[in-house]
Ligand binder design. Structure first.
Ligand code: LMR
Length: 335
C-alpha cells in the first residue's frame, strides 16, 4: 500500500512539473506545412524561421515544420489553413486559385521576369502588396514572398522547338496561365499534386513537367526524365501565408517577434535561392542521368512567339489591373 501511495505521489509530482511550466508559458504552436524537401530554398527558409521564431520569443512559440507534403498535399494544405488546422504555409503563387485569388497567376506569365534581379525588384514594389490585399477577405494574411527560381522543362525527348511539345502530357502545379502556355505549344497540361509527380513521370501517367533545379534534384525528377531544357521560361515563387484569425489573435509582442523572425528568414531564403539552384543544376549534370539542353537566342524567340498569345488570354483570367501593375513595375508593355 505504501509502495502504491509512493508511486502515486511520484506520478503526481512528475505531472505537476511537466504541466506546471507548460501551463504557465502557454506555449503557442505554429504548424508550418509545405510540400518540398528540407534541402531547398523553401525548406531551408522554413527551418530558419523556426530557429529565429523560437529564439526571439524565448521558446514561447514552437514552430513545427512539416516538409515534403508530410502533413498535407497542395490543395489540402490551403483548405487546412482556412480551417485553422495548420497555421502557416508557403505555397507557390501558382496555387492560389482555389482561394479565389486568381490575380496571383499573373506572376506565371512566360518570360515575364527577365532575370532574378527584375523579379526581386518587382515583388518589392506595389504589386506584391496589392496581391496580398486580395487574401484579406479570405481570412488569410500574407507575410512575405520567398524566391525559388526559374523553371526548366523536361521530357523523355529533347524539347528544343515549340513543335516538340506536341501531344506531351505535362504536369503543372495549378496555374491556368501555365495551362495556357503549354496548350499554345500543343501540349496537354494536367494539374497534379507535387508529391505525386515522380511516380507519375516514372509510370508514364504524365510525360513531362516543369520546375526549378532544386526541386528536380530533391524529388529525383531528373532520374525519370531523359532530357531537360534549361529554358527559364517562367518563375517559381512562394507567398508565406498565415491564418488571419490566428495571427491577429496573437499577443502584439509575440506577433512583432514573429514578424522580425519572418523578415530575417525571408532575407536569408531570398539570398540563397539562386545559389541553391545553381548547385542543384550542377549536381543534376554531374549525375549523368539526364541530358541538359540550352536554347539559342533564336530558339528562345520561337518559344516566346508561340507562347505570346497567353498574355492576351490572361486578361480574362487575372484581370487588367494586376497586368497594368506588373507592366508599370517591370517597365514593359503588355499586349
Ligand atoms: C510544384 O508544385 O511544382 C511547386 O509548387 C512545388 C513547390 O512548392 O516548390
Amino acid at each position: 500500500m505504501k509502495k502504491v501511495l509512493f508511486a502515486l505521489g511520484a506520478a503526481l509530482f512528475a505531472l505537476s512539473t511537466v504541466a506546471g511550466p507548460a501551463a504557465a508559458q502557454q506555449q503557442i504552436v505554429i504548424k508550418f506545412s509545405h510540400v518540398v524537401a528540407n534541402d531547398t530554398p523553401k525548406g531551408k527558409g522554413s527551418l530558419k524561421f523556426k530557429e529565429l521564431a523560437e529564439k526571439y520569443t524565448n521558446g514561447k512559440v514552437k514552430v513545427e515544420v512539416y516538409p515534403n507534403s508530410s502533413l498535407f498535399k497542395d490543395k489540402e494544405e490551403i483548405e487546412a489553413l482556412q480551417l485553422g488546422s495548420v497555421q502557416m504555409l508557403a505555397p507557390s503563387t501558382a496555387k492560389f486559385a482555389p482561394l479565389g485569388a486568381k490575380e496571383f497567376e499573373a506572376l506565371d506569365l512566360p518570360w515575364l521576369f527577365k532575370d532574378e534581379a527584375t523579379y526581386t525588384r518587382a515583388m518589392k514594389g506595389d504589386v506584391g502588396k496589392w496581391l496580398f490585399k486580395k487574401l484579406e477577405a479570405k481570412g488569410i494574411t500574407g507575410l512575405a514572398y520567398w524566391d525559388n527560381g526559374f523553371h526548366m522543362v523536361s521530357a523523355n525527348r529533347p524539347l528544343i522547338h515549340p513543335a516538340d511539345f506536341q501531344g506531351l502530357k505535362v504536369r503543372i502545379s495549378g496555374s491556368k496561365i501555365a495551362d495556357r502556355y503549354f496548350r499554345e505549344v500543343g501540349a496537354i497540361p494536367q494539374i497534379m499534386a507535387f508529391s505525386e509527380v515522380y511516380q507519375a513521370l516514372q509510370t508514364g501517367v504524365v510525360d513531362s513537367c516543369e520546375n526549378t533545379p532544386s526541386n528536380y534534384l530533391t524529388q529525383k525528377f531528373h532520374e525519370v526524365q531523359k532530357d531537360i531544357t534549361v529554358s527559364n521560361h517562367a518563375h517559381l515563387q512562394y507567398a508565406v501565408i498565415v491564418n488571419s484569425k490566428f495571427w491577429n489573435g496573437l499577443p502584439a509582442d509575440i506577433r512583432g517577434q514573429l514578424q522580425k523572425a519572418m523578415d530575417e528568414a525571408t532575407d536569408y531564403t531570398n539570398s540563397i535561392a539562386v545559389k541553391e539552384n545553381e548547385d542543384a543544376l550542377a549536381e543534376i549534370k554531374k549525375s549523368g542521368k539526364t541530358t541538359l539542353h540550352y536554347l539559342t537566342d533564336d530558339q528562345k524567340k520561337e518559344w516566346q512567339t508561340a507562347m505570346a498569345p497567353t498574355y492576351k488570354w490572361a486578361k480574362g483570367r487575372v484581370g487588367q489591373e494586376v497586368l497594368d501593375l506588373l507592366a508599370k513595375e517591370l517597365q514593359i508593355k503588355m499586349n
